[in-house]
Design a protein around this ligand. Structure first.
Ligand code: HEC
Ligand code: HEC
Length: 240
């Protein structure tokens, strides 16, 4: 048994070891663009204060390390680090300046969240870039909002927390933890494939009937929108 003081000390030295390991990985894989102390260079922004959540998101989704020659936007690719290494990199960068922490499963697990509320929040805050069901879409200057299909809940939460690239950030002060969960639950519901995942909506405790109803209402909305658009076009064409 450790005495409390010893235990705290042991934890502290484990933490500084993690940071030390992270620094080594950083020096090899990241410093050329982000600077030896994370201060940034002409090839990459400063990482002081971006927080562990940004590192976990960027490296886990394979965006970082970026390739040397980039297009308009750093693409997703296969991640080359283990989760343990990502944690070390994140600990090192978090030690440079305080920023958002990696969310815990408690925070991002959508179990029991409100899918309908999530849909409303998504339409108001995200759909203008990611499309109504998160299929993604083009932005200006060759940039794009990616499809959100199959993105892990943890990474959805981190994207909202850190606002990568052109995306605005939605910190907990402007969008509560619960609302983030609602959005994650909504994305899970619209993207789950019924044949592969028969209990798709079990998450929200609704079941297949409401899922069908949901799809039906959604489809009907789209049809009405198209009908209005066609009617407007026809009216315009008649006038001219
Ligand atoms: C070839 C240059 C390059 C390398 C190598 C590189 N990065 Fe980056 N990094 C960039 C650029 C450029 C951006 C800005 C990307 C954007 O805005 O789309 C960026 C952005 C980031 C961000 C987001 C910062 C924010 O404000 O949210 C993080 C975190 C990050 N990099 C971490 C890393 C880590 C960790 C490594 C090493 C594993 C790494 N990068 C390696 C060029 C690089
Ligand atoms: C102004 C446009 C814009 C808005 C609004 C926006 N995003 Fe994004 N989002 C982006 C862009 C651009 C990226 C790609 C960033 C990158 O690759 O570095 C992105 C990336 C993401 C990713 C990462 C997906 C992946 O492939 O790893 C997630 C998850 C995400 N957004 C969720 C959301 C959610 C949820 C909302 C609403 C709360 C939202 N976004 C609002 C533009 C937007």
């Amino acid at each position: 048994m450790f005495a409390p003081a010893d235990k705290a000390q042991a934890e502290e030295s484990a933490q500084s070891l993690t940071i030390e390991e992270g620094k080594k990985l950083y020096t090899v894989g990241c410093a050329s663009c982000h600077g030896t102390d994370g201060q940034g260079t002409s090839d990459g922004p400063s990482l002081v204060g971006v927080g562990a959540a940004a590192v976990d998101f960027q490296v886990s989704t394979g965006r970082m390390p970026a390739a040397t020659s980039q297009g308009a936007q750093v693409p997703k690719k296969k991640n080359i680090y283990s989760q343990a290494e990502i944690d070390q990199l994140a600990a090192f960068i978090a030690s440079l300046g305080a920023g958002p922490n990696v969310p815990t499963k408690d925070q991002y697990d959508p179990e029991g969240a409100d899918i309908a509320k999530g849909g409303e929040l998504f339409r108001n805050n995200c759909a203008q870039c990611h499309n109504f069901t998160g299929k993604g879409g083009a932005l200006t200057k060759g940039k794009y909002a990616p499809s959100l299909e199959g993105v892990e809940p943890k990474h959805i939460y981190e994207a909202m927390l850190t606002g990568p690239q052109n995306m605005p950030s939605f910190p907990d002060t402007t969008m509560s933890e619960q609302n983030k969960k609602d959005i994650i639950a909504y994305l899970h519901a619209v993207n789950s494939d019924e044949t592969e995942n028969p209990g798709g909506l079990e998450l929200g405790g609704l079941g297949p009937v409401s899922e069908g109803l949901f799809a039906w209402i959604f489809g009907l909305g789209a049809l009405i929108a198209v009908a209005i658009w066609v009617a407007a076009r026809t009216a315009k064409a008649r006038k001219s």
